[in-house]
Design a protein around this ligand. Sequence first.
Ligand code: LMR
Length: 340
Amino acid sequence: MTSKEEQLIRVLISGAAGQVAYSLAGLVAHGMAFGLKQPMILHLFDLPLETGKMEGLRMELIDSALPLLRDVIVTSDPVVAFQDISVAFLMGGKRRQPGMKRYELIANNCRIFKDQGLCLEAFARKDCKVVVLAEPCNTMCYICAEHAPSIPRENFTTNARLDYNRAVGYIASNLKISAANVKNMIIWGNHSDSMHPDCSIASVVVNNKSHRLSEYLGDEMAVFKTQLAEAVIKRGAEIIGARGMSSGWSAAKALCDQMRDWIAGTPQGVMVPMTVASDGSYGTPKEIFFTFPVEVQRGKWNIVRGIKIDEMSRSKIDFSGKELLQEKMAAVAEMGESYN
Ligand code: LMR
């Protein structure tokens, strides 16, 4: 280890035999999530019958000669998998099939994420950062956090960055500009059909000049806004229809983008979406995991205050909040438990 490197961390990827993990492990080990000075040991965790796939991934990672990767542990033992981890990318739930809605996976996935929460509680570091990627992901994040009470709630999130990246990609490809030239796209709510992708205050750089998207598009803004929202909301199902399986690479890239901003911080004046335990901001129900615009400094996110909410956004935010409360009740009932 050179003097410039950070201290070695242990990073868990559960559901490690899955297709998101296959893309994610290499990106993370390459430095896409934690930067180029962060050495790590990867813990790959999945069911015993998936050991072959995990071993194959371990071999490929070693064969990639990744300087930051100091070891890869393949295991089906939760004690080994969760021990001393600083970061957990939690997957391993059943994924959506063509024609399904995400909430239909509650019954299947909530026990898996309760168990992963219990393992975090028992074995992970208390400052562990946790990203839950299983549908319906806001509610699975809630269930997981609920079962790991000694890890701060603010350390739990999901992958709203995927919806944000989709929206940024949509704007960039329509305006024929670089995705790096789109800022301040907002995603509100649940990762479901009720999400509210909101480009009202997005800005773009076109021909080296910065504009509010609304000013740049002028009269076309209203139609563009509706079409963008529809495209982002339907994208997950569209990919399932096209590939016969849900998003893989783009989900992994979004996990890395989000983790990088969470650790390194967002530039001054730039907001990104993050799914976090609601404190009631913008009139949302408390406790549910809701996607808000945040700014991040020194590893701590803060919900951006004072964004003007028009009538349409108000009703969409309210609708998504109600849906999340219903999902939470359904998950809790499924497990035969009761919470406030
Ligand atoms: C996605 O949006 O691609 C993921 O949430 C997977 C899904 O079920 O659509």
